[in-house]
Design a protein around this ligand. Structure first.
Ligand code: SF4
Length: 341
């Protein structure tokens, strides 16, 4: 990895109103040039997709609960503040993606942009790698889905609209909190919930299927937000919704608990006790099938509430699910020129 002596400062760019505030601590950037593959195959039955594209590692949004944090440990970095401040950029992502889509073994499955980072971290305003990868997907008419917290996705409305028409494209915004204060406490440098709803409405108005991920549900803290979050998402044009219980694998658990006690000291004990109750006495469950959901009466009550409000707001209707489902549109282009060149 190449250390970037003077990393780009995306907060100086024109997209600054879409990417939130800069973190207090300096950012370190490492450009990774020797990446062999950009498509990751996911085997976990808990994750609703088979293939993901991860362009960045680490995330300046700095969500305290982020379950991707331990992936930073494979690089020799820490899962705490290192994850938030030392970002790795796969600078040849688009070229690699093109190469992989040209392989006869690639059949055109949906590509999900998410997992080890947000595809629209503020650095994306400078590198434009998510955009370049989406342009490659458009050339191949390969279906995509994105999960983000960032309003920067608005910049790529043109390419996403084209993908929605020519193949399939959907964008999920993870919005677990309804108010800026709670979000600020646990997602300190992510765009505000209002900014995410605004971006959602803009994408929906452009005909791009959008959804809300109430993820994670942090018991007793944000399950009371569920009705309002679903109502606001519906008003913003979302038709799809999912939720997952807080997951704290490995070193995420002590980091989350420390930050929780610092930021929300009067609520911390109640949250931790309820989480243990829903996880069989532990803070985390790594069993397939159990990682994203809880057990016990309190979890059942949350699920019931989620289902009721999804029904009330007409989320996840069969016709909407069918309409945005990935289609077999993939084809290798005869010309290598980008439609956006
Ligand atoms: S935006 Fe997503 S990837 Fe980034 S820190 Fe938050 S949860 Fe993790």
């Amino acid at each position: 990895m190449r250390y970037v002596e003077n990393p780009p400062n995306p907060w100086n760019l024109t997209h600054v109103e879409w990417i939130g505030e800069p973190p207090e601590a300096g950012l370190e950037v490492f450009e990774e040039e020797a990446t062999r593959s950009i498509i990751t195959k996911n085997d976990s039955p808990d994750v609703g997709f088979d293939h993901s594209v991860n362009i960045y590692r680490g995330c300046t949004h700095a969500c305290t609960y982020c379950f991707s944090r331990p992936t930073h440990e494979y690089l020799g970095f820490g899962a705490g503040t290192d994850f938030e401040r030392k970002l790795v950029v796969k600078v040849h992502a688009a070229e690699l993606l093109r190469k992989e889509l040209m392989r006869p073994s690639w059949k055109g499955d949906e590509l999900v942009f998410s997992f080890t980072s947000d595809p629209y971290v503020p650095l994306e305003a400078h590198y434009k790698l998510t955009r370049k990868c989406l342009e490659v997907c458009l050339e191949f008419r390969n279906p995509v889905s994105l999960v983000t917290k960032s309003a920067l996705v608005r910049r790529d409305l043109d390419v996403l609209s084209a993908l929605a028409r020519e193949a399939a494209a959907s964008v999920y915004f993870t919005i677990p909190f309804n108010d800026a204060e709670t979000a600020r406490a646990l997602e300190p440098f992510a765009p505000t919930p209002d900014a995410r709803f605004k971006a959602m409405a803009e994408l929906a108005a452009a005909g791009i299927p959008v959804g809300i991920g109430i993820a994670p549900v942090i018991p007793t803290l944000n399950d009371p937000h569920i009705p309002q979050l679903l109502k606001r998402a519906r008003e913003a044009g979302a038709r799809h919704a999912f939720m997952t219980l807080l997951r704290l694998p490995g070193s995420v658990a002590p980091y989350f608990e420390q930050r929780l006690r610092e930021k929300l000291p009067t609520k911390a004990d109640r949250i931790v006790n309820r989480l243990r109750e829903m996880r069989g006495g532990r803070l985390n469950s790594s069993e397939f099938g159990e990682r994203m959901r809880g057990q016990g009466e309190y979890w059942r009550m949350i699920e019931q509430q989620f289902r009721l409000h999804c029904e009330r707001n007409k989320f996840n209707r069969h016709a909407d699910v069918l309409e945005s489902a990935p289609r077999r549109t993939f084809r290798r282009p005869s010309s290598q020129a980008s439609l956006f060149d």
